[in-house]
Ligand binder design. Structure first.
Ligand SMILES: O=P(O)(O)OC[C@H]1O[C@H](O[C@H]2O[C@H](CO)[C@@H](O)[C@H](O)[C@H]2O)[C@H](O)[C@@H](O)[C@@H]1O
Length: 282
């Protein structure tokens, strides 16, 4: 599959045409009955361009207007992210998007209508927090620790050779995850230690069931989003039309071959959401 979908053109509405039959069916059902569709989106690399400092990752400027247009027209509008659930409404900023649900920490946390629901802390995280300063003492300059409260991420994007730094840290962080009963979640120049038992696929399936949705769209860019693509596949096998969208980048190529539609990063995702909002208004 090509990096960015252009070969099949656009529909008269401005919506790009998915490259697969299953994807075209998914999009067509969403357009036909949006009030029973769920649109779920990853945040970093999908709605927000990748930047070196995770604390500065604001959404693409046209993301909030597009989400606001979609809000209320869909059965469900969600962001499913590895970040703490409360971070995304603040960073977006998306606090004023009425029907938005944010499932954070890979589905372990929920933000909705300004209310936050968190699980109990995992004791393994406190142990990781205590041990990491010693473990990272010799790490390359630019290694950055992101303490997310209920998970801890080690970033190498700020290092001179981010990929080499990540590869060097992987064995010691994998060992730490095993000793503390946590799992290691790989991402774009990041390795995260987090509690298991949940992933973006389970989060998406749960939301679809909760809302009684009859069609689904999921857009993502990173390895943690593969579980959500798997969930769309499973739902399709069960008869529910669905669409997987890859926010394409040179950094991660694993999702493009799995997607029904590949767009050009967050700008492409936001263009797709804007076109969908326009199509649902007409
Ligand atoms: O599930 P997501 O919404 O995609 O979140 C995954 C991780 O995203 C963030 O890290 C990534 O974005 C940073 C800001 O652009 C970038 O500096 C970093 O290299 C990327 O890995 C976030 O910091 C993590 O906590 C999320 O788990």
């Amino acid at each position: 599959m090509s990096t960015v979908s252009t070969s099949t053109g656009d529909l008269p509405s401005g919506l790009p045409v998915p490259e697969t039959e299953a994807g075209r069916r998914g999009l067509s059902h969403i357009r036909a009955d949006p009030s029973r569709a769920v649109v779920a989106l990853d945040y970093d690399g999908t709605l927000a361009p990748i930047v070196t400092d995770p604390g500065q990752a604001q959404a693409h400027p046209r993301a909030a207007p597009a989400l606001r247009h979609l809000s209320g027209r869909l059965g469900g509008l969600a962001i499913i992210t590895g970040r703490p659930a409360a971070d995304v409404p603040r960073l977006g900023p998306f606090e004023d998007i009425p029907s938005l649900v944010v499932l954070g920490a890979y589905g372990n946390q929920r933000w909705q209508h300004g209310q936050l629901t968190l699980p109990a802390d995992d004791p393994g995280i406190a142990q990781v927090r205590a041990e990491l300063p010693t473990i990272l003492a010799g790490a390359p300059s630019g290694t950055h620790l992101e303490d997310k409260g209920q998970a801890i991420a080690v970033h190498t994007r700020g290092c001179a050779d981010p990929a080499a730094a990540l590869a060097a840290l992987r064995p010691v962080l994998t060992d730490l995850a095993e000793r503390t009963g946590l799992l290691i979640e790989p991402g774009r120049m990041v390795l995260e230690l987090r509690p298991g038992g949940m992933d973006k696929g389970a989060a998406l399936r749960g939301l679809v069931a909760e809302l009684g949705a009859t069609s689904v769209l999921y857009a993502g860019d990173d390895l943690g989003d593969i579980a959500a693509f798997d969930a769309v596949d499973t739902l399709r096998e069960q008869g529910m039309p669905g669409l997987c969208v890859c926010s394409g980048s040179a950094e991660v190529t694993a999702l493009a071959s799995r997607a029904d539609l590949v767009v050009d990063g967050p700008a492409g995702v936001v263009a797709l959401l804007s076109a969908l909002a326009a199509a649902l208004s007409s």
